[in-house]
Design a protein around this ligand. Structure first.
Ligand code: COA
Length: 150
């Protein structure tokens, strides 16, 4: 599949309908992945956690195609969530976005941390980019990438 040019811009309240549609689209794809999952196994919705003005909207040709939510804490940069519309997945955008987060983390000398459901295929993407599992509970892995001097 061809590569896609993309940009990041700050989100606004007006992006909420898009973020809700993005959440629905990815939940539908995820439901196909784990048939039989209990309703309360569903991860917190990205629309429920969306922070207009603080989270980033990923765009391509000025169209919204995804969301990136980061927190800079005292001890780590946290990827709260990252999601792209299904038709824009598997084209290298997610890897490029995470590489950008890692570059930022190097400049602020902090590790990058995230959590993901154990059956999420994104684990291989994170491992390729240098993340390792640092803890886990019944449902999720916590993964951390540590720049050399963080
Ligand atoms: C996770 C996600 C942001 C990755 O971005 P991407 O542009 O699709 O990723 P890339 O093309 O750079 O890399 C491909 C890798 O993404 C991961 N991936 C692909 N489709 C995915 C999907 N539907 N869900 C989760 N991860 C996926 C896989 O690790 C894949 O590597 P593999 O082919 O070796 O298994 C994107 O797939 C997505 O939005 N998924 C749905 C939401 C989600 O699961 N977010 C992660 C929660 S931590």
């Amino acid at each position: 599949m061809s590569r896609v040019a993309y940009s990041l811009r700050p989100s606004t309240e007006d992006d909420l309908p898009f973020v809700a549609a993005l959440g629905r689209a990815n939940r539908a794809a995820e439901a196909q992945r784990h048939t039989g999952a209990e309703a309360d196994d569903a991860p917190a919705s990205i629309e429920g956690r969306f922070r207009p003005g603080r989270d980033w909207i990923v765009t391509s040709d000025d169209e919204q195609i995804g969301v990136l939510s980061l927190d800079r804490r005292a001890d780590a940069v946290i990827v709260r969530h990252i999601a792209l519309l299904p038709e824009f997945q598997n084209r290298g955008i997610g890897s490029a976005l995470i590489r950008g987060v890692l570059d930022f983390a190097i400049t602020v000398k902090l590790p990058v941390r995230l959590r993901l459901l154990k059956d999420n295929p994104a684990r291989s993407l994170y491992e390729r980019l240098g993340f390792a599992v640092t803890s886990e509970d019944g449902r999720r892995y916590e993964m951390t990438a540590r720049p050399a001097d963080a």
